[in-house]
Every structure is written in structure tokens, then in C-alpha cells.
Design a protein around this ligand. Sequence first.
Ligand SMILES: NC(=O)c1ccc[n+]([C@@H]2O[C@H](COP(=O)([O-])OP(=O)(O)OC[C@H]3O[C@@H](n4cnc5c(N)ncnc54)[C@H](O)[C@@H]3O)[C@@H](O)[C@H]2O)c1
Length: 607
Amino acid sequence: MPATVKVHLFGKTGWIGSQLLRLMVEKPYEVTCSDSRMEEREQVERELDAVQPKYVIIAAGLTGRPNVDWCDSNQQETIRANVIGLLTVVDLCATRGIHVTYFGTGCIYEYDENHPIGGRGFTEEDAPNFTGSFYSKTKGMVESLLHSYSNVLTLRVRMPISDDLHPRNFITKITNYPKICDVPNAVSVLHDLLPLTFVMMEKGLTGVYNFVNPGVISHSEILALYKSLIDPNHTYQLVNKEVLKTLIKAGRSDNCLDTTKLESALPECQIPHISVSIQDVFTRMKKNVRKNILLTGGAGFIGSHVANFLVERYSFYHVVVVDKITYCSNEKNLDPSANKPNFVFIKADISDAEKMKEIFETYQIDTVMHFAAETLVDNSFNNSNAFTNSNVIGTHTLLHCARHFGVELFLHVSTDEVYGEVKDGIPRKETATLTPTNPYSASKAAAEMLVQSYHHSFHVPVIITRSNNVYGPAQYPEKVIPSFLGNIRAGKTCPIYGHGQHLRNFLYVGDAVEAFDLLLHKGIIGQTYNIGVNNEHTVMSIAKQLHEILGKPMNIEHVKDRPYNDTRYVIDSTKLHLLGWKPKTSWKEGLKKTIEWYLKHGEYYWG
Ligand SMILES: NC(=O)c1ccc[n+]([C@@H]2O[C@H](COP(=O)([O-])OP(=O)(O)OC[C@H]3O[C@@H](n4cnc5c(N)ncnc54)[C@H](O)[C@@H]3O)[C@@H](O)[C@H]2O)c1
């Protein structure tokens, strides 16, 4: 039995690092990952001496978020990681006889008269001629310094392409830019190239290699495939390089890299030409990025906004909306999606186990976004069984199907009301104890418990959200804002429960949609996320503000309060902010949009 080969990885959480890690699972390696900062020499030294690896892989460094422009604005940090850190690790490995594989970049060249578009590519021997971005400048400099170390294999990756829509994927990047400069370029298809890392490492190769597919491909060739195979609605505008320069801070290099050295070093491996490889990328991507989403409660308020957004934004997702069509829902909410090929509506009750099973099976559901619920707190005091049936049994039924059919995500939509009232004003984190006080919030908390249990017991991949009060167009006029609006316009009195000093935070529905979109794509399985804003108003103040905006004299009546009425909910949404969400709609703007919608559609919308 040969001794296991020890491999130590720097950059385990990075995009390329995490892919290498996954590939190494299948290798007979003992893999360890660095926890040190590369520029901290003593830390790295201790780590290397403790692990004593045969091979080190460096996939760590700063590439800039969301793009290399960042490195131009953060030069010292870039030097610290990409130059000092890298040289520190390499130097320590050299003195210990450890082989290092380092992921460098091919973005250090620019087409020139000796290497014109359509002509010969840059070889590993050519001196870098592109310093238009600070990132490329440091990468070029450090690569030449690495020539002095005989233990280093440098793999020049360029415009890396993966089989998904990861934000770092070159394809994702160019689909997010409205204006594109169309130039043929050498690119690295990671599916083809990353596995070769280990072949080269085990051969003990050193020196520099252009780590790209043979050939070049232009932006418009990639986008044409993207449009035909992934998103037919995608649009972009072609601009020349001069216009592009006005849109970005750091320059972008365009080049063709010669792959002769790479192909000669690996005669046993066939590296596909980019024109062949890119077709395969999109075939795999089509499979990878497609989602069959079951969105429950999609004829209701929030669910319909989310469904319409997903259908429009992601034409490669298939959205199956299931709704029982209770009194507060309206199929008209789904009009924008109705004729779209990636949308289907089914009238059904989520607690109907047979029907749900049939839907999961027929539409091969892989993602559940669960909005359906009985939602009016007032109703829950009188008819709490309906709440248990839909909110608890309905959720349980869906969980059962999710487990049975092995979905990839069960996104469960809950509420801040599960925390119960927050008298001390301390914002509740997701870890706080749930102390619901009314049958609605109790049914939502009970559903959450089932969701958690299916995650722990059966590994159903779940995410739970707890949001503030959501407001906006098309909310059934029983919730405070639309019901007051209707009353004021009809010259009726606005009923105020008790003293009317109960506080609520109001989140605009457009911001809620963005939060759900983010969690669908970047939420971490098993986690709960608060979706909250700092926009607190008393019920009395809402009545005053709406009367003022509509130019009507205040007309309110204090009525008997609910059997129990929570005074306040305050939640801490740091976790969601860390994921990249922040609300964009001000209260003034959100109210304006809401009022405009009700003035246009009125209450007749619901028949
Ligand atoms: N609106 C808010 O302020 C708010 C705040 C926090 C959380 N939430 C949660 O968000 C989700 C959506 O809320 P909303 O405001 O859009 O509610 P909504 O009442 O407008 O919509 C709920 C939808 O669920 C459907 N439904 C109810 N029971 C069903 C069943 N058994 N089978 C199939 N469909 C059923 C209804 O017909 C309706 O279309 C709910 O889970 C709610 O608890 C809402």
C-alpha cells in the first residue's frame, strides 16, 4: 500500500480552490487546507512544518470583487496577498523541498504587432506586455520573480469558464454587462483543465504553462450560445474598446495564448479546442442551471411578486405555481407570467398529499419556495384550524414530498412574528427562542419546527426566512395599509385596534423579492435568515400618514383590540446583509408606488 500523498491547499474557500478541493476527494491524497494568511511568514512556517506536505497548491489571492477594478482601488491589499503572500509561501516551500502549483493569470498580454488577432499566440517565453490593470501588473511582476524558484509550477488561467452561472464565471460576468467589447480571446474551461493540475503536479513539472484551451473565442460567440441555449431573452450591446475604457476603471487584456507547451507536456491528455469545449460547457450548463421550482401560494401577495420576477428574469427556470385560491388570492396577480412557456399554474391545496405527489413527479420539482399560508392574524383567533391545516399540515405534506423526491432546496417562508413581541427592543437574531403569541404565528412556528426536523432527520436542504410586514401593490385589502387606503378613499372610518401604538416594521415587496432571489441562489442550506428593515411605524401613524397623502381629514375610530396584540417586532438582519442584500426602496417611494397601484386598480381588482 503506497503512503498517502499529502497535499496542502491555500485558498480553500475561493472559487477555484473549492473546485480543486472537490476534485481531490476522488484522489488518493491526504488533503489539508491552510488557515494562515499567506503574508504571515511564521504562521505559514508553523503550518507547513506541522503538515509536511509533498505538494502545496496555491489557489489563493485577490482577484477583486466584483471584478479587477477593485485591485486598482486597493493596491496595498493586492500587493500583500498577490505578491508578498505568494512569495512567502513559495519561499518557505523552496527551503523545505515542497513542490508548489500556483494558479497565475494569462491576463498579462495584449495583442500586438507580433501577436495580432488571428495570428500566433503568446508563448510562455514572451515577456508580459500588458500592465493596464493593477491586478495584471502585480501578476506579471510576481511571475517573473517566480522564475528564481525551481520548485514552482505556474498555471496561467485566463477568463475562467465553469458549467454554472457562478458570479466568477467569465460567462456570467459578460452576461451581466449591458455593453460588451467583442474580441477573440484565449479562455480556460475549468472542466477540461482543473483535473490536469494533479497530472502535472504528480509529474513534478515546474515552470510556466499557459493553462487555457487551444484556440480563441469571442464574446459574441459565447453570448450567441448563451442566448440560444440558456436565456433567449438576453440582450447586450456591442461597443468598441474606446467606449469600454470609459466604463471601467482597470484595463482589460485581450490575447491568444499558445498551448503547444501544455499539450506537449501532456501527450496522454486531449485538451479540447475551445470551439468544441464551449458547446459542451453550455450543454452541461443547461442541465446545471435549470430549476423546476414549485412556488406555493403564488396567487397571493408576496408569492405572485416572486413568481412573476422569477419567470421573467430566469427564462431557463420552470416555475410551477400552486395555490388553493382562497378569498385573498387572485389569479390576475399572475397575469404577467400567464402566457410564458416557463410558467404553469395549478389550483390545488398543499395539504392534498396525492395531488402534491403528482405535481412533484410530473414537473420533476427540484426546488420548493413555500409561501402558501393562511396569513391574517385576526382570522386565526376565530378559525385557527384552517391555519393548522394549511400552515402546519400543508407544510408537512410538502416536506414529505421534498424528502421523497430529493429536492435541492426547500425555501420556507416564515415571519418575524414567530419571535413573539419584542418588549425590550433588542433586535432578535435568528438564534433567538421562538415565543409566538397568536394562533397564526404559532402555526408558522410549528411549521418551522417541522422544516428544521426534516433537515436534521432526513437531510432535506432547507432555508427558512423570517420577514417583517411586507407591503406593496396587489396586497389583499385586509392588511393595514391597503385596508386604510380603501377606507379613506371611500370616505369610511379607519378602525384602530386599542390605542393604536403597536409598532410594525414595513418592508417593500420589491425588496422582499430581491431577498428571496438572493437566498434562492446564495442562501446557505440549513440556515435561517431574517429579512428586516429599519422602517418602524405605529398603526396610528400609518393612518395619519395615509390621510395626509390622500389629502383627507383624519377619520379614525378606536375599536376593541385583538385578544392579544404584540406591541412590537424587531429583528436583526445582519446575516442577510452579509450575503449581499440591502433594501433599496425608501418608505416614501414604496408608499407612492403602493398608493398609485391602488388608485389605478381599486378594490374592484378582487371582484
Ligand atoms: N405579508 C406579510 O407581511 C408577511 C410577512 C412575513 C411573512 N409572510 C409570509 O409570507 C407568505 C406569503 O404571505 P402573503 O402576504 O403573500 O399572503 P397572502 O395571504 O397574500 O397569500 C397566501 C397565499 O397562499 C394561498 N394558500 C393558503 N392556504 C393554501 C393551501 N392550503 N394550499 C394552497 N394555497 C394556499 C392563498 O390562496 C394565497 O394565495 C406567508 O407564508 C406568510 O406567512 C408574510
